[in-house]
Design a protein around this ligand. Structure first.
Ligand SMILES: O=C(O)CCC(=O)C(=O)O
Length: 322
């Protein structure tokens, strides 16, 4: 009898905690406080240790235990009964950020701004930045890219109207954000005024998932020259597109590797927030990426949100590298 009641309490505690953190982040955001002001705030820390003995700790422990048991039994059932090596239970993606291990705040202490670089080398980049948590913008890595001239809404509408894209090599990811557009098909059949950014605002993102799709898109841009020589990128690219005032909400990723993102059109503002456990020791960072610039940031560790600035449609293309 007790178990369901406890689980419900746990879920509620999580939801409340999550909402509180989001409220605080939104409040900080709406006050437009400078990074230096936020990091100087005298915030009482007497509650910091409470979590380890109180009901929230019990909830964490119980929920983690429950999930662990479910995963193990799911895996066992699948392997034994169906003879497969795949997992039967896929955790929802939000659980990855809820259950991520606490960060070591040395990842963000002293990282106060984005570094702007030009004329670097793959060796220097690998040495100093490729696998670090310092966000970097490389300003000279898209020279000669056809994408800069040719990518716009109509390019992608035509590109995705051609049907067959080869062999599927990955899951196809699509993010509607607040657009209400539920698929790429809906994106590319929206009315003309909206597509031209004079109707209801929209912003969407998606990953490539067919081999010819990625291959054909890659003929419009090159592998950034500064990536480490040995770094591989799989056949998956990410595209984000939409109008001013729109962007991705604050979140942290759970992808496998570091990634780069080239701003092909438009200007986009990024805000990076330290993980919640480092909010008192690290700063928020905010910067703008302009057309032709490439951003490299560890989105698995920095919480991040984006906002397209007034002007042109924003189109970015990027990929992970190992
Ligand atoms: O480019 C954007 O607007 C969002 C990118 C993002 O959220 C990501 O790469 O995880």
């Amino acid at each position: 009898m007790n178990q369901p009641i406890r689980s419900k309490t746990c879920a509620k505690t999580y939801k409340t905690a999550e909402l509180k953190v989001l409220k605080i982040l939104n409040k900080i955001d709406s006050l437009k406080l400078s990074n230096s002001y936020i990091s100087r705030l005298d915030i009482p820390r007497s509650n910091e240790k409470k979590g380890f003995g109180g009901s929230s700790a019990r909830c964490t422990f119980l929920t983690a235990g429950l999930i662990f048991v479910l995963m193990i039994s799911g895996r066992w059932a699948y392997t034994e009964l169906l003879g497969s090596r795949s997992c039967i239970l896929e955790l929802p993606s939000f659980s990855k950020s809820v259950f991520r291990p606490p960060e070591d705040c040395s990842m963000c202490v002293g990282v106060d701004d984005v570094v702007r670089l030009a004329n670097t080398t793959a060796e220097e980049f690998e040495d100093k930045y490729a696998y670090s948590t310092t966000p970097v913008i490389v300003t000279d890595a898209t020279d000669g890219w056809k994408a800069l001239k040719e990518f716009d809404f109509n390019f992608f509408a035509t590109f995705y109207s051609r049907g067959k894209m080869g062999k599927q090599i990955n899951d196809c990811f699509y993010f509607a954000y607040k657009s209400g557009l539920n698929s790429l098909q809906e994106v590319f059949t929206m009315d003309e005024a909206r597509a031209n950014l004079s109707g209801q605002p929209w912003y969407v993102g998606w990953s490539t998932c067919y081999d010819d799709e990625t291959r054909r898109l890659r003929s419009y841009y090159n592998r950034p020259y500064f990536l480490p020589k040995t770094a591989e990128s799989d056949m998956v690219d990410w595209i984000f597109m939409g109008g001013p005032g729109q962007g991705a909400h604050m979140h942290v990723d759970s992808v496998r590797h570091m990634s780069w993102q080239a701003q092909v059109r438009g200007r986009k503002q990024w805000e990076l927030a330290p993980p919640p456990e480092c909010l008192y020791t690290c700063r928020w960072i905010s910067f703008t990426v302009a057309p032709g610039e490439i951003l490299v940031v560890d989105t698995n560790r920095w919480y991040h949100k984006t906002n397209v600035l007034p002007g042109d449609i924003s189109i970015t293309i990027g990929a992970e590298y190992d």
